[in-house]
Design a binder for this molecule. Structure first.
Ligand code: NDP
Ligand code: OXD
Length: 314
């Protein structure tokens, strides 16, 4: 049984080497190949651990039994039009990563909510200018996607006294969180959300979901936080909504093109804050066991964990 490590970034950089080391530490007998250098023959490969594999590569491996995402998202796998439909896809579901993600969301909301940018600028100019601020109970947060990350984020913001609702495909029952679901309830959800946090998976249904119509449905002066995928946001619509004052601020961790091109207007926009897709990074120390467990399950013909539904795309 052979596992191949495939990433769109340098697999032999620090993070890639950490993964290879953890896999070997925990399973000293593993036959671990690294694409493309030590791949060997395509028929050797039984399992792949991947981030954004090249199109057609998975289809060229005749004995492939499972593909495991290095992250919680799987859009980077399904975007391959030649992906072999019969090969199951598993994703990471790891508390460490969930907690890192909700930390980014809570930090981003609190920084905006407590006028972090204003006080940073005031300090830079030695200005003492205290301003009144709203209590968390006066701010309505809307979390798009109440899955593993969205639910954790919603509950943490609720614990900080924000008025929190969530939007998902199916109704949810989370303590203190108002649940909206489906396309029919999206307008009502957005209409009551001063701060919208996107934690949706990227699928054909959720692509471009943060568009002019969605921004117009939010209360004037609303704020958007996106830690999911760049293609949820229609970039031009976001810039227009910030320009008109319909939105007052956006914080983005993910982008249609990554790294964000140097000439992209988001970099220098006064109302946009950018982080480099590092809201959450899968920790090899905490996630390696579930990867090896699925690899061994595939070898033994056992049911796999955290299998994604290809029809839903998440
Ligand atoms: P889950 O699969 O656990 O949850 C997805 C949620 O989105 C579910 O509540 C689901 O509804 C809802 N949803 C899906 N499609 C729709 C739709 N069409 N309309 C309304 N709701 C919908 O996802 P995770 O919480 O694990 O992760 C979310 C995303 O976060 C990942 O897919 C990834 O893209 C991104 N991510 C980003 C990282 C970063 O560093 N920036 C790190 C990790 C993840 P239902 O529950 O009813 O099915
Ligand atoms: C993920 C990510 O999907 O890091 O886990 O974006």
């Amino acid at each position: 049984m052979t596992l191949m490590f495939v990433t769109s970034w340098n697999p032999n950089g620090e993070y890639g080497r950490a993964w290879q080391q953890r896999l070997r530490d925990r399973d000293p007998g593993i036959d671990l190949r690294v694409y493309p250098d030590t791949m060997g023959a395509p028929e050797d490969i039984d399992a792949c651990l991947v981030w954004a594999p090249p199109g057609g590569l998975m289809a060229s491996l005749p004995n492939l039994k499972v593909v495991m995402s290095l992250g919680m998202g799987v859009d980077h796998i399904f975007r391959d039009a030649q992906y072999p439909a019969e090969v199951p896809v598993c994703r990471v579901v790891d508390d460490d990563l969930i907690e890192r993600m909700s930390e980014w969301c809570v930090h981003s909301v609190l920084h905006y909510h407590r006028d972090g940018d204003k006080y940073d600028a005031d300090q830079a100019n030695c200005v003492w200018n205290p301003m009144p601020h709203m209590h968390a109970t006066e701010r309505r947060v809307g979390v798009m996607g109440l899955g593993a990350i969205g639910a954790d984020t919603a509950l943490k913001l609720r614990a900080l006294n924000f008025d929190v609702a969530g939007w998902s495909r199916s109704p949810k029952d989370l303590p203190g969180i108002e649940s909206f679901h489906g396309d029919d309830q999206m307008g009502a959800f957005l209409g009551r959300s001063d701060y919208v946090i996107c934690l949706l998976p990227l699928t054909p249904e959720t692509e471009d979901v943060l568009n002019a119509r969605a921004f117009d449905a939010m209360p004037k002066g609303g704020v958007v936080f996106n830690a999911a995928r760049g293609a949820h946001v229609v970039d031009g619509d976001l810039i227009a909504a910030l320009g008109s004052g319909q939105l007052s601020y956006a914080k983005l961790d993910v982008f249609r093109e990554e790294p964000l091109p140097e000439d992209h207007p988001f970099w220098r926009h006064p109302k946009i804050r950018v982080t480099p897709h590092n809201a959450g990074i899968t920790n090899p120390d905490t996630a390696v066991e579930q990867i090896l467990d699925n690899y061994h399950r595939a070898r033994d013909g056992q049911p796999l964990n955290n299998v994604v539904d290809p029809a839903r795309g998440y």
